[in-house]
Design a binder for this molecule. Structure first.
Ligand code: NAP
Length: 261
């Protein structure tokens, strides 16, 4: 198994790296790990290589830097060959309010990381996957992309864009035998949600979520919401008329407006 994961220094990405290492421990497994915090990646590499007899390559970089991702992808392909799975998971979340001029930087960062980061991650692998005649691209979106959540305009917009982008890509890749899977998590317990002071229905631990994510990826599902209870909430959200949505969402709690870089 050869898998390349962005956002591997914490939360869902780190849990996915553990899950792949554990599940494919005796299968000559190679894992590419991407994030900005290199010391976290180094610790994860040591831990996985010692405990699961897998080989990891770490790439400390920012997913906004398409050249850095192209260099990382070239290195991974040269060392191990075309990956079976590439997971674009890196993402940031911050509350934003359009009325505040100082939130424009957060809008820019959220859109660049959560949307263009997907394109930068997948693009340099597609030729190798086409040549190999197989491969799978996985994007981590969010239930927040199903409808516009108040106070999370940048995040909701970025995840809505991610869902639409991944759907376009999925159809494009049909011709090349490359599968595309969109996973839209509900609430998963990670540093991203640890700062939320409001109630998070169906909150799931990251290690349990990672096991479910990998099952979904193995089954080459097209679009899945995890946990499943949130899947029903998402279906309902999609069909609520705008007037009713306004009434229901008006007093929803807002995510804190933190600095994202
Ligand atoms: N937790 C949830 O409830 C939830 C729900 C729906 C969707 N999601 C999505 O799931 C994904 C993972 O989130 P998480 O909950 O695991 O959050 P997290 O613990 O904060 O992890 C985010 C990861 O993304 C990396 N990252 C952020 N900006 C980056 C950049 N510019 N370049 C490279 N790496 C970057 C971070 O690493 P560095 O800081 O070291 O770069 C970190 O490894 C995100 O796309 C998020 O939107 C999460």
């Amino acid at each position: 198994m050869k898998v390349f994961i962005t956002g591997a220094s914490s939360g869902i990405g780190e849990a996915l790296a553990h899950e792949y290492a554990k599940r494919y421990r005796n299968e000559n497994t190679k894992i590419g790990l991407v994030a900005r915090r290199s010391e976290h990646l180094q610790n994860l590499q040591n831990m996985l290589e010692e405990n699961y007899q897998v080989k990891c390559a770490i790439y400390p970089l920012d997913v906004r830097d398409n050249c850095a991702l192209a260099t990382a992808a070239t290195d991974f392909i040269q060392q191990y060959g075309s990956p079976d799975v590439v997971i674009a998971n890196a993402g940031v979340s911050s509350g934003t309010l359009t009325e505040h001029q100082q939130d424009i930087a957060a809008f820019q960062a959220v859109m660049d990381i959560n949307v263009l980061g997907l394109v930068h991650t997948f693009q340099p692998f597609i030729k190798a996957m086409r040549d190999a005649g197989k491969g799978q691209l996985v994007g981590i979106a969010s239930v927040a992309g199903v409808r516009g959540l108040p106070g999370a305009s940048a995040y909701s917009a970025s995840k809505a864009a991610a869902i639409a982008y991944l759907e376009s890509l999925r159809v494009e890749m049909l011709h090349h035998n490359i599968a595309v899977t969109t996973i839209a998590p509900g609430y998963i317990r990670t540093p991203m949600t640890d700062i939320n002071s409001y109630r998070m229905p169906f909150l799931m631990d990251a290690d349990i979520a990672a096991g479910k994510f990998v099952n979904v990826i193995e089954n080459k599902r097209r679009f899945v919401v995890i946990p499943w209870q949130m899947g029903w909430v998402a279906r309902l959200m999609r069909f609520i008329p705008p007037m009713l949505w306004d009434f229901l969402a008006k007093n929803a709690p807002h995510k804190s407006r933190i600095n994202v870089e």
